[in-house]
Write a protein that binds this ligand. Structure first.
Ligand SMILES: NC(=O)c1ccc[n+]([C@@H]2O[C@H](COP(=O)([O-])OP(=O)(O)OC[C@H]3O[C@@H](n4cnc5c(N)ncnc54)[C@H](O)[C@@H]3O)[C@@H](O)[C@H]2O)c1
Length: 364
């Protein structure tokens, strides 16, 4: 019985270990990279967004003196995952810890989420971790040493509006990690290869995410966004202890147990009327979250997805574009052909067209 509840501190955080950290390009991933490096780790930083990921690796080297290398990989692609694991093992000799943190935080009413967004959410949030674990396990088994950490979410524990796909992947991820522990236990490997599932509540990792969620006054008091730096430190401490499941903040674990006992209709009423929770669609922008903002991306956001399909205010992108231009970056695109769609957006919103938008779209 003692053995069942015994914790195994992660030896991999104490002897110059090498974690492979996904989603290192920003948000929680960058905080993890710095925190792991301060704890003595050498780091393989992975992200689909090259420049922000390189910026993370550079910040690690600059601020902590630890070794850090940046690897570009699209984790929605099996080939990228296989090649990544091979390269990192060749470069570092071994991988002690996998921190599977990359995620697609996309939302919207389930019938509004486009097919390609659905694929991306499923592939990055769930399939990528499974493939990474499968690729790394032979290596960890051979060394009889490893620690697999997956960043899941409280969204996988409670039913809520606007997050069906995201919540489904996080629920699946949590279940996968629990079952992985059982498989390791059966193989007698559970003391050698540790498993940690992390379930954070909402963290203010970027403004667009915060802006999407609105609550009334009661909601703001009861479920405020967490400070990501505090959350990252709490999570790293739990990983170092070898905790199997970490809910952040801790008291949410009890809240979620209680919520699961209640009928759906009551929970829906509380979310809607008591907390006044609203979630605006967070679709297209999130796809390219930490990609460097250049004229091509702006064009894509403005033309194909951002303005015309996703029903989001184009003003922030226009302001960014003007800043780009002011900084001397060339912009190759003529945005005038998109003006009708943009005007239509402001007409529907019954809002005046902001100055930045007028300038970009050459509107008088
Ligand atoms: N922010 C929150 O409120 C919150 C709450 C609970 C759980 N989480 C989870 O924490 C993790 C980090 O979230 P965050 O808030 O820092 O978000 P974020 O968007 O800042 O970071 C996610 C990272 O994953 C990368 N990524 C996305 N798709 C990828 C792909 N195909 N291949 C490789 N990398 C890819 C992004 O480029 C980005 O750097 C995610 O798994 C998220 O689901 C976040």
């Amino acid at each position: 019985m003692l053995e069942l509840i015994e914790k195994h501190p992660s030896p991999r955080l104490t002897s110059c270990p090498c974690p492979q950290l996904t989603g290192a390009g920003g948000g929680l991933g960058r905080l993890f990279a710095l925190g792991l490096a301060r704890r003595g780790c050498r780091l393989a930083c992975v992200d689909v967004a090259t420049k922000p990921n390189e910026a993370t690796a550079a910040a690690v080297v600059r601020e902590t003196g630890a070794e850090a290398r940046a690897y570009t990989a699209d984790l929605s692609k099996s080939d990228d995952i296989a090649a990544l694991v091979k390269t990192v093992i060749a470069d570092f000799g071994h991988v002690d810890i996998l921190v599977s943190n990359a995620g697609q935080l996309q939302g919207g009413l389930m019938w509004e989420v486009p097919d390609d967004a659905l694929d991306l959410i499923l592939d990055v949030n769930l399939r990528a971790t499974i493939l990474l674990v499968r690729a790394l396990l032979p290596h960890m088994r051979e060394r009889a040493s490893g620690h697999i950490v997956a960043i899941s979410s409280v969204a996988g524990e409670a039913d809520a509006p606007f997050v069906s796909m995201y919540a489904a992947t996080k629920a699946g991820l949590t279940r996968f990690m629990g079952c992985l522990y059982h498989d390791l236990y059966r193989a007698g490997l559970h003391k050698d290869i540790l498993v940690t599932t992390v379930k954070p509540y909402f963290m203010a990792t970027y403004q667009q995410l915060v802006d999407c969620f609105t609550y009334n006054k009661i909601g703001k008091i009861l479920v405020p966004f967490m400070d990501p730096e505090v959350a990252a430190e709490t999570i790293l401490e739990a990983i170092a202890r070898g905790d199997q499941v970490v809910t952040v903040p801790t008291h949410f674990s009890l809240v979620l147990h209680i919520v699961r006992l209640l009928p759906l209709s009551l929970v829906a009423l509380v979310v809607d009327k008591v907390l006044g929770a609203e979630v605006r669609p967070l679709i297209s922008y999130a796809k390219r979250r930490h990609q460097e903002l250049d004229a091509d991306l702006l064009h894509e956001l403005l033309s194909k997805e951002y303005t015309l399909a996703a029903d989001q205010d184009p003003e922030p992108v226009c302001r960014a574009l003007l800043e780009e231009r002011a900084a001397g970056r060339p912009t190759h695109h003529d945005f005038a052909p998109l003006a009708d769609g943009v005007l239509d957006y402001y007409r529907k919103q019954a809002k005046p067209v902001p100055e930045a938008v007028r300038t970009v779209f050459s509107l008088s």
